[in-house]
Design a protein around this ligand. Structure first.
Ligand code: PEP
Length: 257
């Protein structure tokens, strides 16, 4: 993981209106202020709901905060008659560096296929946004096929939709570990991350495989983050519940302590 910049990413899901988002980011920046110089090599990113992006963007740029910004979903289309959707060019205008695609809550709740997830990732790349592609197996998948089979297939199908040789991030998020308080072990996360890196190697070659950041997500806390970050193929974490508490998210970001 040495040559890859680790990233600690907070997925807020459908939490915080824009006023709460402003208060939260101000507190987070304050909490990271004294430690940030020790952490220049760790990227810290927040993924607020669409309605908060403009406020958070303004705060980050006005105060020159060293926080990255991302959105939680994007349309596969550039513009048009898609009521309720938000396009990649719109997110780009808001200086979103990243966008999550294929979160298991969207795969399960909105029947998103890996092909659609790949097309959304491609739409993001077209405008220079880095897609954060989520993959992961359910408890039933785990029992039937083992840990890596389903995430590997999901990633193969998503990557097949990417034409550009542009950056992407992969997040391995076992569905059974999300919001359950039962994280994977660091060894389980490492095994699947390693298998996913081999998929990237087969589809995109050595250079891309070595440069691509692969994150673990699922019940990450300040108590267990260090174990994941020690794994050679785990380059960061996607954090849900624990990203909504300033002190806890800040402690996670300081995992080296
Ligand atoms: C997530 O949904 O991306 C996630 C990792 O959630 P949690 O940390 O709450 O398990």
């Amino acid at each position: 993981a040495q040559q890859r910049t680790p990233i600690i990413a907070g997925n807020w899901k459908m939490n915080f209106d824009h006023l709460q988002a402003i208060a939260f980011v101000q507190k987070l920046a304050w909490s990271l202020k004294d430690v940030r110089h020790d952490y220049n090599d760790v990227e810290i990113a927040v993924f607020p709901p669409f309605t908060d992006l403009r406020s958070v963007q303004t705060l980050i740029s006005a105060d020159k905060l060293s926080l990255s910004l991302g959105a939680q979903d994007v349309s596969e289309f550039e513009s048009g008659a898609y009521t309720g959707d938000v396009s990649a060019p719109m997110l780009k205008k808001l200086e979103s560096a990243y966008v999550i695609v294929g979160h298991s809550e969207r795969r399960a709740g909105y029947s998103e296929s890996s092909e659609l997830v790949g097309r959304k990732a491609a739409a993001a790349q077209t405008v220079g946004i880095v897609p954060l592609i989520c993959v992961g197996e359910t408890a039933e998948d785990l029992e039937e096929h083992g840990a890596s089979a389903v995430p590997v297939q999901q990633l193969i199908k998503a990557l097949a939709q990417l034409s550009a040789d542009a950056e992407f991030i992969v997040a391995y998020e076992p569905v059974w570990a999300i919001g359950s308080g039962e994280p994977a072990t660091p060894e389980q996360a490492e095994n699947v991350a390693k298998a996913l890196r081999e998929v990237v190697r087969e589809q995109k070659g050595d250079d891309v495989a070595n440069a691509t950041r692969i994150l673990y997500g699922g019940s990450v806390t300040s108590q267990n983050i260090a174990g994941f970050m020690k794994q050679p193929n785990v380059d960061g974490a996607l954090v849900g519940g624990a990203s909504l508490k300033v002190d806890e998210f800040s402690r996670i970001a300081q995992y080296k302590k």
